[in-house]
Ligand binder design. Structure first.
Ligand SMILES: Cc1cc2nc3c(=O)[nH]c(=O)nc-3n(C[C@H](O)[C@H](O)[C@H](O)COP(=O)(O)OP(=O)(O)OC[C@H]3O[C@@H](n4cnc5c(N)ncnc54)[C@H](O)[C@@H]3O)c2cc1C
Length: 395
């Protein structure tokens, strides 16, 4: 049998999570990145809505987003030839019957962002020409939310990895893992590899990889989310619109290269797979947009779906497994994996090196215990002693 190719660290999965952590480790470690598809970014990373917003997600994910901002605004020289962030803004909108939820969002989010702006319904309608008076009572603008150039960010990490001496193998599906007490042996469709440390950044497949390693599974639930693009109403300029999000997250839309990108914000549990949009979800979206706005969708230009993968507490998992030696989890990025990638990768690289979290991340209140695969809330609250329902992540 041919000798395996050796590395110090093997990262499984070349989406944004795997690419970013491999990039962070490469300056002082021999890193190999293994990807099943012929193109990195084919799965969730290539299917996102590309938004950066500091008010989205729970406290840990918001902190990782905030800690990513400086990298995204000022990446290292040569990292990307275009800006990674461009101004967009997000606008949460509410009808009269949703005003209590908007007020609650304002109270919560003003603790995080000091320049939120409340718009009256008339102000919303004067800036975003797709609401009738009864469809919007007010809006909450986060002016500094941004569009992310996901392709440039992802390619920047991959290019930087290679420049730092790391390797990327595509069409290399990991099929078996074995540990001999010292090294992991990694059998792939492109040959054998070996390393003392393995990073599991396999996105929706992370628990499948955990199973191959006989690790303690994290109860990951991939959830399908659908998106479409369509033409804006004739003669209505939309490029300056912010991303507009229903306060109850029943739908959102944003400008996208002259068109409108919209989603029903669906979260349908799914096995890990090449997710495809369901007719039903697209129909729900068109119906919701028709009720909530004056936008019509006469023809869909493109449609797609991707898997956003969560553990029960919706915080990403970064840390060594409790039972499989040298097996490190980097999974559960949910709907925030792009905007948190720079800080999450720095945090994961520190944990892999066995050093403290970077000061700027710790200063925002993130502790290694919050990210650990051994944290108590990873699998959600325990079911009641008798007759309690099984939490969805464990079903
Ligand atoms: C519609 C939608 C909108 C979103 N909007 C946003 C947003 O606005 N902002 C934001 O920050 N995030 C957003 N997200 C979430 C974001 O896209 C994800 O959190 C992120 O892409 C996850 O990256 P990943 O690297 O973990 O997963 P992936 O990109 O799926 O990468 C995992 C990789 O592992 C590989 N792999 C799996 N199994 C194996 C194996 N056995 N061997 C080798 N390789 C393997 C896969 O092929 C895949 O390439 C959105 C997601 C969706 C679907």
């Amino acid at each position: 049998m041919a000798e395996p190719q050796h590395a110090e660290i093997i990262v499984i999965g070349a989406g944004i999570a795997g690419a970013s952590v491999a990039y962070e480790l490469a300056p002082d470690r021999r890193v190999l990145l293994l990807e099943r598809e012929s193109q990195p970014g084919y799965h969730t990373t290539g299917r996102s809505a590309a938004l950066f917003t500091e008010t989205y997600g729970n406290a840990v994910m918001r902190a990782l987003t905030r800690a990513s901002r400086s990298f995204l605004l000022r990446p290292p020289p040569g990292f990307a030839s275009v800006p990674l962030l461009t101004p967009r803004g997000t606008l949460l909108v509410a009808r009269a019957d949703q005003m209590a939820a908007l007020q609650q969002a304002f109270d919560e989010c003003s603790a995080l962002v000091d320049n939120l702006v409340l718009w009256t319904g008339d102000e919303v309608r004067s800036r975003i020409a797709c609401f009738a008076p009864e469809q919007v009572a007010a809006g909450l603008l986060e002016p500094d939310a941004m569009d992310i150039d996901v392709h440039a960010l992802h390619q920047g990490f991959l290019r930087g990895l290679r420049a730092r001496g790391g390797g990327l193998h595509c069409s290399a599906e990991v099929r078996a893992l074995a540990h001999d007490g010292r090294l992991w042996s990694v059998d792939t469709s492109a040959g054998r590899f070996a390393a003392p440390l393995l990073v599991n950044a396999a996105g929706a497949w992370a628990d499948e990889i955990g199973r191959l390693a006989a690790a303690a599974l994290i109860g990951l639930v991939p959830k399908r989310r659908t998106a479409i693009t369509f033409d804006p109403p004739a003669g209505v300029p939309v490029d300056h619109w912010p991303a507009v999000i229903d306060i109850d997250e029943q739908w959102y839309f944003k400008p996208e290269a002259g068109r409108i990108l919209a989603s029903p914000a669906d979260e349908t549990p799914s096995p890990p797979c090449d997710a495809q949009p369901e007719e039903y979800d697209v129909a729900v979206l068109v119906d919701r947009l028709g009720g909530a706005t004056t936008l019509a969708v006469p023809r869909i230009h493109a449609r797609w779906a991707g898997l956003r993968s969560f553990v029960a507490d919706k915080t990403l998992v970064a840390g060594f497994d409790g039972s499989a030696p040298g097996f490190f989890w980097l999974a559960g990025q949910g709907g925030y994996g792009i905007q948190t990638a720079p800080a999450a990768a720095r945090a994961a690289a520190a944990l892999l090196r066995g050093v403290d979290l970077p000061d700027d991340i710790a200063a925002l209140g993130v502790r290694a215990a919050d990210l650990s695969p051994q944290r108590p809330l990873l699998h959600g609250p325990r079911p009641a002693a008798s007759g309690g329902a099984c939490p969805p992540c464990q079903a």
